[in-house]
Design a protein around this ligand. Sequence first.
Ligand SMILES: Cc1cc2nc3c(=O)[nH]c(=O)nc-3n(C[C@H](O)[C@H](O)[C@H](O)COP(=O)(O)OP(=O)(O)OC[C@H]3O[C@@H](n4cnc5c(N)ncnc54)[C@H](O)[C@@H]3O)c2cc1C
Length: 402
Amino acid sequence: MDLALSADDLAFQDEVRTFLKDNLTPDLREAGRKTGGVFADFAASTRWNKILAGRGWSATTWPKEHGGTGWSATQRYIFARESTIADAPRVFNMSVRMVGPVVMKFGTPEQKAKYLPGIVAGDIVFCQGYSEPGSGSDLASLRTRADSDGDDYVINGTKIWTTFAHNANHMFCLVRTSSEGKQQDGITFVLIDDMNTPGLTVKPILTLAGDHEVNQVFFDDVRVPKANRIGPENAGWTVAKHLLEYERGGDAYTPNLYARLDDVRRIAREEAADGGGRLIEDPGFTERLAEAEISIKALEMIELQVLSDLSQGKNPGAISSAMKIRGSEIVQSIDLMGIDALAHYGVPFEPTAREVGHNEPTVTPDHAITAMPLYLNNRAATIYAGSSEVQRNILAKAMLGL
Ligand SMILES: Cc1cc2nc3c(=O)[nH]c(=O)nc-3n(C[C@H](O)[C@H](O)[C@H](O)COP(=O)(O)OP(=O)(O)OC[C@H]3O[C@@H](n4cnc5c(N)ncnc54)[C@H](O)[C@@H]3O)c2cc1C
């Protein structure tokens, strides 16, 4: 594998650094630094996305013909790394990462024209309506029904854990259009153009961290034009699987992990732990820091290997499952160190003091603002986008032939 950056890549890195320096205002950087969940505060993330769109950099994984950057895998990695180092807000990116590639592959020319430019501009924001109560890992068992009525489907049922459904203006959704045969064969993929469609209700679910990120969405005779179906009726499972490949692969984990570890080091240096000493002086703690750094480096080697494969047009395959498992486990171990370093300052964090729809904690000191919410929020990292157990099943099947 060739991991060295070429002269072109180094020039690109300079271009990215200059752009970030010129465009990341102090308040955007602050929003990036204070991100207590997976994505930054929605208003800041939207503002940043618009700035990226203005530069033509909002769809980093898309080909140029659809308004994307057409970047190589290496360029995407450089961009992700530099953005993290510069504290850029993490953009809520389900439209670009997930549904966009699906529309490109399975959509009609009309659907491509209708959705892709709006996604690139940051005007169309999709949330993901896959999971239901009782249908998460076993997604094919989903029961939200779409009955045919003339040119429309009439949808009834419920979706759960829908991230940012309260902020998104569109939803991509798996619905059951047939109960005949195999469960997978009765599923259809539809797009909902308006989260205010009559009969559609979004109810917040507050997480342990006090965040309002996820929701339950209820459908009560919601009419959706059949023209919004992606792919044929009852062929939604094929579309859904294509999308999950994008959800589960291709992320640059390690830049964020390095940044998180640096945060923990800073907390351990600056905050007096219980008993008055600083944890950075504790050999047991520095050993944990070293272990975490070694784990990140090992993951980085895999990540760069995947990057090298992608650059040569190879499919990384099930290794993305291994990366998801390790990435989420490492982030949880770093979060735990953050809490240990924070010591009693973790205590004043009060999730209940945070208002619904408001992503910013109300407590100080500064370190507690991110460390505690991140620790609590990231408990979900080994669950969403395919739980660790499910990823291990994929690895067992694909790599060990079990
Ligand atoms: C913060 C967060 C955000 C999310 N955002 C979205 C979203 O935007 N849109 C969306 O559609 N969904 C979203 N999800 C849902 C997520 O995809 C599901 O939570 C996940 O797929 C697990 O499903 P479940 O919660 O029903 O748990 P279950 O599938 O019931 O699993 C419960 C436990 O059983 C284990 N398990 C299940 N099946 C197996 C098996 N075959 N072998 C071994 N162990 C197994 C699981 O690993 C888990 O530990 C989100 C979830 C979270 C926590």
